[in-house]
Design a protein around this ligand. Structure first.
Ligand code: FUL
Length: 481
């Protein structure tokens, strides 16, 4: 009896010692920060372009617009925010100042603002009303402050940098938590510049002295993520048409980049497998041809189907979607845009509400240390913190999802456990056709999320074949619709 007891104790010890031997995978650098991880989960939010352009019909105001033209008589931040929330968007970024230099808040540093407009008889503050409405409805609030200012007399001199930082400080100090700060790289040169009406050239690499501006943001808004062509936290996707690269690494080498650098579209679209910084991609695109509202574009609002395609090619490629909704002259998001958004939301809900994998069985041909901690069941357990992993030297493997009965399959959504770095380079999606495994989709990168259409194929078993990865692959979630 004693011997038996000793034996079972040593067996137990052996078993638990065996378990301990399964080391968790090591991070593959670079990895996202906590703030970047939270940002990835937002997936989609709104851009709001609103300034004097809304009233002049221009896309780039020259800077000589009279503030008296800014008169959104029916302005209603509540309507913006409820429209955005009902569309499933998680927040908004407002053009507090676009290239025309007109400020949507009563900045102490210029007369070129709402305070000299008829809006709320010069007592209004669009930034305040919008940020308050966001907070009331649980949406995040972000600011766009154009580095190029076609109104300011000293633009292109060091005085302007002080002015820019003062304005940024106002926005970061007086409007609650700021979640994203958007630095535009555009600069067309000519402008009003306090009456000079001339062309001014700046060196994009040095003029704005970005590191010191970034330091202000880090200090005043430690939770805020900064966007630009070159980060430091989020990068541009390289186009304004609504897609991220099919290959989309959330990593890139930042030292080759600066805001406004020409010819970097493809690099930004794809990122780089060997990148040294985590710098994920944000897809900014407008629901209309222009970034600002123009009545003549009322019948050119993107269709719900087109918005759905944009979703698949942005969020479905591991990027975040920043969808521009330009308010009209009344100060409201136009009925046509609202309708397109509502229909889009219905398409998304219809496509992604029923996850067939939730009640399936998952298995794999290989998993880390044969430990339950890294087994295939983790990809369908609805817990983003658990994942399937292989042993360290193994950079391929197959996860099989058995749905039990034949089902019509429209989409598969796969997520990597990016907290430990992005890894997958190549994968196939296969179905069991009764005789053999048949490839129905293929992809390169996965990252935060990859969604692939499956073309309404009928099958009861789906297999994800990870063919190559930078290091042992870690898959946290698989959903099938
Ligand atoms: C560009 C700007 O020039 C456009 O007006 C718009 O704001 C877009 C989002 O970024 O660079």
């Amino acid at each position: 009896m004693k011997k038996l007891f000793a034996l079972s104790i040593s067996l137990l010890l052996f078993a638990s010692a065996g378990k301990k031997e399964v080391e968790p995978p090591k991070a593959i650098l670079p990895v996202p920060s906590e703030n970047q991880l939270a940002w990835h989960d937002l997936e989609q939010y709104a851009f709001i372009h609103f300034t004097t352009n809304t009233f002049t019909g221009k896309e780039w105001g020259y800077g000589d617009e009279n503030p008296s033209i800014f008169n959104p008589a029916a302005f209603d931040a509540e309507q913006w925010v409820t429209t955005i929330k009902e569309a499933g968007l998680k927040g908004l970024i407002l053009t507090c100042k676009h290239h025309d230099g007109f400020c949507l808040w009563p900045s102490a540093y210029t007369e070129h603002s709402v305070k000299n407009s008829p809006f709320r008889e010069g007592k209004g503050d669009v930034v305040k009303e919008v940020s308050d409405a966001c907070r009331r409805h649980g949406l995040f609030f972000g600011v766009y402050l154009s580095p190029w200012d076609r109104n300011f007399a000293q633009y292109a001199t060091p005085e302007y940098i002080t002015y820019y930082r003062n304005q940024l400080t106002e926005l970061l100090s007086n409007y609650g938590t700021i979640s994203e700060v958007w630095f535009d790289g555009a600069n067309g040169g000519d402008g009003y510049y306090g009456g000079a009406r001339e062309r001014r050239k700046i060196d994009n690499r040095t003029y704005y002295d970005w590191p010191n501006t970034h330091a202000i943001v880090r200090k005043l808004a430690p939770k805020a993520l900064m966007f630009s062509d070159a980060g430091p936290d989020i990068r541009w996707c390289g186009n304004e048409s609504g897609f991220a690269g099919e290959t989309n690494w959330s990593i890139i080498n930042v030292d080759t980049l600066y805001p406004g650098k020409p010819g970097i579209g493809n690099l930004l679209s794809n990122g780089s497998e060997d990148g040294g910084s985590w710098l994920p991609s944000e897809v900014d695109v407008s629901i209309r041809p222009g970034w600002f509202y123009h009545e003549k574009e009322d019948d050119k609002v993107r269709s719900p189907q087109n918005l759905f395609k944009i979703y698949l090619e942005s969020v479905g490629r591991g990027a975040n979607l920043l969808l521009n909704l330009p308010p009209d002259r009344r100060g409201l998001i136009h009925e046509n845009d609202v309708q397109a958004l509502q229909e889009w939301k219905k398409l998304l809900d219809a496509a992604f509400s029923k996850n067939l994998a939730a009640h399936a069985k998952a298995s794999a041909d290989t998993w880390r240390g044969k430990s339950k901690i890294y087994s295939a069941g983790n990809v369908i357990d609805d817990n983003p913190e658990t994942y399937w992993a292989t042993d360290d030297p193994v950079t391929s493997g197959r996860i099989e999802i058995d749905l039990g009965t034949p089902q019509t399959l429209n989409y598969i959504s796969i997520q990597e456990y990016i907290r430990l770095g992005q890894r997958v380079k190549l994968f196939d999606v296969e179905i069991w056709n009764g005789d053999a495994w048949e490839r129905v989709a293929t992809g390169t990168t996965i990252g935060h999320k990859r969604i692939l259409p499956l073309g309404a194929i009928v099958a009861s078993k789906v297999r994800i074949y990870i063919k190559d990865a930078k290091a042992c692959p870690l898959i946290s979630t698989v959903k099938i619709y």
